[in-house]
Write a protein of this length. Structure first.
Length: 258
């Protein structure tokens, strides 16, 4: 499996000023099976828009998104999307939330419940099957959201700042959990984050985007094995370089809008 982005571009119409606002410009990227690739960039540069294009939610854009050579032009079960906000159904229990996609597909209750229970065990959530989202911690709710996505066995998982609303300790715990899950499943993940430490800890590669219109400034290859030392010299060196690029983007003049 591989994902390929070819010359992706996106502009938005500003109706009030009768002009177009460029959001993304000529982004090219290839992601191989089993890789976790993080995308970092200045706030508002188009990271989430990029994920929306890849997921098939954006209809009007330049370039192509290819998954195993097939163009993505609409939402598909081959691509799963995990949001920062958990987007769980408050009236459904943990187990019912996890099995929701299988229910929509028409799978019988007994079969989908058995599969959901396997994910509950894999995610270490036994004993909470009948709890509602309001009865779960933030970290537990995000595990449910991830399980609901992965139960569909997508070829590609998109994560849009999935741990951004968690406290520092819970965020570190979820990063460790995601690494354990990758070793178990070998999922291919495209991961948007504002947290450079998180990107360095999790990633096989880090793509640094410019401010709007977003283009790729640099791609970092991280070769240190997992579990990765957060404070190693290699991690600190890459962290320093990424932060330096982002700082320069913040202070450099913005291009004129079209």
């Amino acid at each position: 499996m591989h994902l390929e982005l070819i010359g992706l571009g996106k502009t938005f119409a500003d109706g009030k000023q009768s002009r177009e606002i460029p959001a993304i410009s000529s982004v090219n990227l290839r992601v191989e099976q089993g890789q976790l690739v993080s995308i970092v960039g200045p706030s508002g540069c188009g990271k989430s828009t990029l994920l929306r294009i890849i997921s098939g939610l954006e209809k009007s854009f330049e370039g192509k998104v290819l998954l195993d050579g097939q163009e993505i032009v609409k939402p598909t079960n081959d691509v799963g999307l995990v949001f920062q906000q958990y987007a769980l159904f408050p009236w459904r229990t943990m187990c019912e939330n996890i099995e929701f996609g299988l229910e929509i597909m028409g799978m019988c209750k007994e079969e989908r419940r058995a599969i959901a229970e396997k994910y509950i065990h894999l995610f270490g959530m036994q004993g909470f099957e009948d709890r509602y989202p309001c009865q779960l911690s933030g970290g537990m709710q995000q595990r449910v959201a991830i399980a609901r996505t992965l139960i569909m066995n997508p070829k590609l998982v998109l994560m849009d700042e999935p741990f951004g609303s968690l406290d520092s300790q819970t965020r570190n715990d979820m990063q460790e959990f995601l690494m354990d899950l990758r070793r178990e499943r070998n999922d291919t993940i495209l991961f948007v984050t504002h947290n450079v430490d998180e990107a360095v800890f999790l990633s096989d590669r880090i793509v640094v985007l410019s401010k709007r219109p977003a283009k790729s400034l640099r791609i970092f290859e991280l070769i240190a094995p997992h579990p990765r030392d957060r404070t190693s010299k290699e991690s600190n060196d890459i962290r320093r370089e990424v932060i330096g690029i982002l700082r320069q983007e913040r202070i450099s003049p913005s291009p004129a809008a079209n």
